[in-house]
Design a protein around this ligand. Structure first.
Ligand code: ZN
Length: 157
């Protein structure tokens, strides 16, 4: 974390630490009816269990428990805050945008408004995780919760 921290600007580091220390939507939902999905990142030892309560194509509630590095856990918290209450279509869109952020080259981030591939403003607090792309081994930490969420959404169809 120290290497990563020194390369992120203060605001982004603050957001990540805040979500790590005070994770949003922490806990469990009764399953069933909630969908329960487990994710594991063997490279780092990160674990996550995601609970999804879906009704009428809306993600009414999301809860999660997990353990692991600050990137994996803060990314999970940021994700839960970003997708809770959204329609499933909006959730999938947010997932796609975040995945894009994790695969894009730094030079294509929309800081200067020059032919942006990823609109950082549309990502809100999720943009705080952009620094992760400088550390490829950490990308699996950051995307763990997102892949687990996707797995849960796929179980619906
Ligand atoms: Zn990790």
């Amino acid at each position: 974390m120290s290497n990563l921290g020194s390369n992120l600007d203060d605001l982004y580091r603050e957001i990540i630490l805040d979500h790590y220390r005070s994770p949003r939507n922490r806990g469990e939902l009764e399953s069933p009816p909630a969908i329960r999905v487990e994710g594991f990142n063997p490279l780092c030892g990160d674990e996550i269990v995601v609970y999804l309560d879906v009704e009428d194509d809306v993600l009414k509630n999301i809860k999660m428990v997990g353990s692991g590095c600050s990137i994996s856990q803060s990314s999970a918290s940021l994700m839960s805050a970003a997708v809770k209450g959204k329609t499933l279509a909006q959730v999938r869109e947010t997932v796609a945008t975040f995945k894009q952020l994790m695969t894009v080259r730094e030079s294509t981030l929309a800081h200067d408004g020059e032919s942006p591939k990823v609109d950082l403003r549309a990502l809100g607090e999720l943009a705080a995780l952009q620094g992760v792309i400088k550390f490829p081994v950490r990308i699996k930490c950051a995307t763990l919760a997102w892949n687990t969420l996707t797995q849960g959404l796929d179980e619906l169809t």
